[in-house]
Ligand binder design. Structure first.
Ligand code: HMG
Length: 388
């Protein structure tokens, strides 16, 4: 039985900051941002947009051609949850009008938890092939103003339907994973901004990649050369270059610049424009690779490396299905990116500093473009959403 991705879409904020604008405001050389970090722009969420509205928009797109009554489980993966208790996926379940006979849970492990969702869903479908799972990965990456991480922010969500009738990619059963207790990036409950030991986080990412690959290869005997493309978790797009050179090196492969570009470049295009979307970042890279690769990828094997600080890494493989292009949302995604409104630096700063009510008073949100769903009010400490 084939199990894998039947439907796949992303949504991102309707507002965007050109990182050259940020570099200018910060007195940083724009070349560092564009070439050193590899980022062009970042999506910035306006007041009234949170991980729930981002995920509902992505879910709405991914479910367009799916019988919603077949969804038996919703897994909501996020690092930027809105509640310590209630799963964000329950709001989305309601906004998307899914049937009540459905499990909904929230998953957490930094940027890795969406992968846990995908691989757990695959195992559940093995037992119950008639059931489908909706996986939502939604995040707002937020670092301190003027910190080194600020240029690696972003906002967006991925929605994916996993089933025994995959149309885009099958997910192979074996993987290699690695866990180590480290403090490379974390966010205590009382903080809105992540704390990070940036250079250390890059080194730990590469270590988790080595260990995950070694276990994967030991278990499957599948080699580097058997993959046509490589997608990585992308906190910033140059991370893929560092990761891929590292993977080639540990496999004793002398990678040419052409091979490097072929293996990873199509997968970097959307992330360069959106920024880090944490849990969804790897899958944004997968969408970017599938939608921007001029070659037909049918029957090709793709390596997927997921990393979540703290840390857990996992490397697994997918095989692209013939006819996959008919199931992509390329035009919708292109127009989403092209129609974003560009922010000035003061507008970015206002969005960043917008304060949500924390004292139980009623706060009505100002009206901004947040797609088909918005957070309209916070009242008595409750978030109230509406469909537009
Ligand atoms: P930094 O101190 O701003 O930058 O930190 P740098 O000094 O290391 O420079 C970056 C690159 O730009 C270097 O190139 C410089 O040479 C180059 P490299 O050595 O890497 O090849 N550079 C220039 N290039 C052209 N023209 C110039 C110029 N100047 C310098 N004028 C860092 C960068 C990524 C560490 C920082 O932005 C940061 O802390 N980001 C947040 C943490 C992060 O993204 N970590 C990645 C791994 S951890 C992860 O992926 C998990 C995560 O997604 C969270 C989760 O799991 O939930 C973050």
């Amino acid at each position: 039985m084939n199990i894998g991705i039947e439907s796949l879409s992303f949504f991102t904020s309707r507002y965007v900051l050109d990182l050259r604008t940020m570099a200018k405001a910060r007195g940083v050389d724009a070349e560092k941002v564009v070439n050193g970090i590899g980022q062009e722009k970042m999506s910035v969420p306006p007041p009234g947009e949170d991980v729930i509205t981002l995920a509902a928009n992505a879910g709405h797109q991914a479910l367009a051609s799916i019988d919603t009554d077949s969804i038996e489980m919703v897994m909501f993966a996020t690092e930027s949850a809105t509640d310590q208790s209630k799963a964000g996926g329950i709001y989305v379940h309601n906004l998307l009008k899914l049937k009540p006979y459905c499990r909904v849970i929230e998953l957490k492990q930094a940027c890795y938890s969406g992968t846990a969702g995908l691989l757990l869903a695959r195992d559940m479908i093995q037992q119950h092939p008639e059931r489908k799972v909706l996986i939502l990965m939604s995040d707002i990456a937020r670092y301190g103003l003027n910190s080194a991480g600020e240029i690696t922010q972003g906002a967006g969500a991925i929605a994916m339907v996993v089933s025994s009738q995959p149309k885009i990619m099958t997910i192979e059963p074996d993987s290699g994973y690695y866990t180590q207790d480290v403090m490379d990036f974390w966010r205590p409950n009382y903080r809105d901004e992540a704390l990070v030991d940036g250079k250390y986080s890059v080194r730990i990412y590469l270590k988790a990649l080595t260990e995950s690959w070694n276990l994967y290869h030991q278990r499957t005997r599948i080699g580097f050369e058997q993959f046509a493309r490589f997608c990585y978790h992308l906190p910033f797009s140059r991370m893929a270059e560092k990761a891929h050179k590292h993977l080639a090196k540990i496999n004793h492969i002398d990678l040419s610049e052409n091979e490097l570009a072929t293996h990873i470049n199509d997968g970097l295009i959307y992330n360069r424009e959106i920024g880090n979307i944490y849990t969804g970042s790897l899958y944004l890279s997968l969408i970017s690779m599938l939608e921007n690769n001029p070659q037909d990828m049918s029957n090709q094997k793709v390596s997927l490396f997921s990393y979540g600080s703290g840390c857990v890494g996992e490397l697994f493989a997918g095989q692209v299905l013939p006819g996959y292009r008919n199931y992509l949302n390329s035009d919708l995604h292109q127009s989403l990116l092209e129609s974003r409104k560009e922010l000035s630096y003061p507008e970015y700063s206002d969005f960043y500093n917008f304060a949500y009510a924390e004292d139980g008073t009623t706060q009505t949100m100002p009206s901004f473009d947040t797609g088909c769903y918005r957070l309209s009010q916070i009242k008595d400490h409750k978030r109230i959403y509406e469909m537009l």
